[in-house]
Design a protein around this ligand. Sequence first.
Ligand code: HEM
Length: 161
Amino acid sequence: MVLFSQKDSQPWLKPGVFVGAIVPIPIMIWRGANGELGADIVATVLNQFGYLTLIMLAATLLCTPLKIITGWNFGIRLRRMLGLFSFMYATLHFLTYLLVDQSLDITAVVEDITERNFILVGFLAFIVMIPLAITSTKKWCGVWDSAIGNACIDWLMSLGV
Ligand code: HEM
């Protein structure tokens, strides 16, 4: 199916998604400046960055199945940008927690990570995202396409995937 496959047929696609993905930041600043973030501003900001991370992550992970199921290419064109937005929001979520919520109290952070399972899961997910974000640059994409990419494909095929 050729729907959404022409690179230049949707010049608005990437800028449009970029604006849609970044706009929660000025909205949050605006709401904060107008006292609309509730009594516990830190908790609201922390949770909103958490939900934004989750939304961007889900959108990133949907790109490839969308291509496989429908043949539409536009998700593939957006995947890298969406992935970087999920990493950006995860970093803001983590920094809000580490610097503002916990005031860089490493002992309390370690206690939280070891005692509350969902924070451990979030922390592990964030750690996994770091090398993915670093290797998503154009230079690294070339490496994935060549040596490492081929080695991964060979390995997956040897497992019968
Ligand atoms: C991919 C990474 C992550 C995702 C998708 C994620 C997602 C979320 C979401 C959706 C919430 C809101 C939950 C609610 O409203 O009850 C949340 C809250 C929270 N997250 Fe994350 N998170 C991630 C990483 C992290 C990391 C790295 C940390 C810290 C080490 C962390 C610490 C927290 C804390 C402390 C809360 C507030 C919990 C509370 O209300 O008591 N998260 N996260």
